[in-house]
Write a protein that binds this ligand. Structure first.
Ligand code: A3P
Length: 284
């Protein structure tokens, strides 16, 4: 059983994170105006959006995605490997992160960097996280989904509380350099959402280039691409390895929550997310 790396009251997975790197990231990392940041609470479609943004950058040419792992194309700034990799990168960078608002490098807030914040129904993020982490040495082993559910509600899961993460980052949603997307709209209208991302990034793609982005970021193509599916992560480093592309659907939680859990979750959601305008979250 592994425990977390704790930093400023937030639990981080026990492999790939160190308090010193987290401190340096939070206090010293310089976000540049030309950077693009992909920000999410874990298990919300982060890798899917990274795949899409990389393909937009290459105008649909899949070579980059087929030859370089996700974490090198768009490193996670808070990780022990990602932070120095980003510091040493020249030119416009793609930066990934799951950091909560209060721990993100402060330089973001005075920069013109473009931020894409992706939300997902927290019930699906919960189920996705449970299956992703449960048998690894990255987190404390949950005995069951029931136990993981309790941890999730309390924020005792990697990166802390979903509710705080989303509430805090969503307060930035009116900014010009901030684009909010949801996993659900990406599923429902993938092409339209890719076009929205292109517009936000100021990239004009020809229809056939857009077709290629769509094709090469599909669930099956990503699942078959070892640079994108996490199969390069050795079982020696992370017990049992990581299966990233599990189901790729919306609403899987309905197969896993009991009626009591579903009702309890609804109540907690209403309480914790009170004050947000109706319609902001497509799954509610
Ligand atoms: P499931 O576990 O529900 O299948 P993250 O990248 O933030 O870790 O999110 C992982 C979730 O996004 C997983 O959800 C995964 O299957 C889903 N996902 C990744 N790529 C996808 C794609 N191309 N299409 C649909 N879902 C995708």
């Amino acid at each position: 059983m592994s425990d977390y790396v704790w930093f400023e009251g937030i639990p981080f997975p026990s492999v790939g994170f160190e308090t010193e790197t987290l401190r340096k990231c939070c206090q010293q990392f310089v976000v540049k105006d030309e950077d693009t940041v992909i920000l999410t609470y874990p298990k919300s479609g982060t890798n899917w959006v990274i795949e899409i943004v990389c393909l937009i950058c290459t105008k649909g040419d899949p070579k980059w995605n087929q030859s370089v792992p996700t974490w090198d194309r768009s490193p996670w700034v808070e990780t022990t490997i990602g932070l120095p990799a980003l510091e040493n990168k020249e030119g416009p960078r793609l930066i990934s992160s799951h950091l909560p608002f209060q721990l993100f490098p402060k330089s973001l807030f005075s920069s013109k960097a473009k931020v894409i914040y992706v939300t997902r129904n927290p019930r699906d993020a919960l189920v996705s996280g449970y299956f992703f982490w449960k048998d690894t040495n990255l987190i404390k082993h949950p005995a069951s989904l029931k136990e993981y559910f309790e941890w999730f509600i309390k924020g005792n899961v990697p990166y802390g509380s979903w509710f705080e993460h989303v509430r805090d980052w969503m307060s930035m949603r009116e900014r010009d350099n901030f684009l909010v997307l949801s996993y659900e709209e990406l599923k429902k209208d993938t092409r339209g959402t890719i076009e929205k991302i292109c517009q936000f990034l100021g990239k004009k793609l020809e229809p056939e280039e857009l077709d290629s982005v769509l094709k090469n970021s599909s669930f099956q193509v990503m699942k078959d691409n070892k640079m994108s599916n996490f199969s390069m992560i050795s079982k020696d480093d992370i017990t049992n390895g990581l299966v990233l592309l599990r189901k790729g659907t919306s609403g899987d939680w309905k197969k896993h929550f009991t009626v009591t859990q579903a009702e309890a979750f609804d109540k907690i959601f209403q309480e914790k997310m009170a004050g947000f305008p109706p319609g902001l979250f497509p799954w509610e």
